[in-house]
Design a protein around this ligand. Structure first.
Ligand SMILES: [Zn+2]
Length: 244
């Protein structure tokens, strides 16, 4: 099978999350305009307010398979403050659990590990150069300068990073968060982080942006406790049948 490494498509549809502050105007404006331009009549119904990450590309229709085998995940929290690490692992686990419940997929945590950023492909690798695991999501809080896209005001970047281009099966995902943003606990609340994690993980589950702020995939990321109706419907719609 042919494997395709996915790149974030910044110009067409930003997958970078920006935070609701006054500073970030150029990029946020772009995100908002795109949201409005691509809105359709059916998107009035919040349950139908979703689109695929790959919509409009040759990989349209690609998604994870609805197989019983768990999707595994690991995380690098070494760039966070020591007293934050366990909390953020838990917050990420709870965010993943919401997507797992939406999709009926099983998630299994394989532990913390050191990950290396590939600044060209904007992806993550095990630091020890082990091969990439399949059906696995790599998550990392990255330091300033590790990836040229991850500069203020960007807080996160994520994608279904590996796809079999002939079957459209996604078998790898990547989510990166800018450590300095997450460390800024004076200004960034727990619910803001939850909103950010839910949003970026939605990209991993092959969702693009939504038009309505009731959904976590709305491109302006704010405080949030749970997924919206379009997120849940959309995540299910992106799944491909298990062929095994
Ligand atoms: Zn996004």
């Amino acid at each position: 099978m042919t494997e395709l490494t996915v790149m974030p498509r910044i110009r067409n549809a930003p997958r970078l999350s920006v935070i609701r502050t006054v500073m970030l105007l150029p990029m946020m404006a772009l995100v908002l305009v795109l949201g409005l331009l691509t809105g359709t009549a059916q998107a009035q119904d919040p349950q139908r307010d979703y689109r695929g990450f790959f919509a409009g590309s040759v990989l349209d229709g690609s998604g994870w398979t609805a197989c019983a085998a768990p999707i595994t995940w690991s995380i690098d929290v070494s760039a966070l403050r020591r007293n934050q690490r366990s909390n953020e692992v838990r917050r990420m686990a709870r965010s993943l659990k919401q997507w797992a419940q939406a999709t009926d997929l099983t998630m299994r945590f394989t532990g913390r590990e050191r990950l290396r950023v590939d600044p060209v492909f904007h992806t993550l690798h095990p630091n020890n150069d082990d091969p990439l695991r399949e059906r696995h999501i790599y998550i990392s809080f990255i330091r300033e300068g590790e990836d040229p896209l991850m500069v203020d005001p960007v807080a996160g970047l994520a994608m279904p990073a590996r796809v079999h281009s002939d079957t459209g099966e996604v078998f790898g995902g990547v989510a990166m968060f800018r450590a300095r943003h997450v460390r800024n606990t004076r200004e960034v609340t727990g619910y803001a982080l939850k909103g950010l994690y839910l949003h970026e993980l939605g990209h991993v589950f092959a969702l693009g942006h939504a038009d309505q702020s009731v959904n976590a995939m709305y491109p302006v990321v704010g405080d949030r406790k749970k997924l919206g109706p379009g997120d849940t419907k959309g995540a299910r719609a992106m799944l491909k049948p298990c062929r095994v």
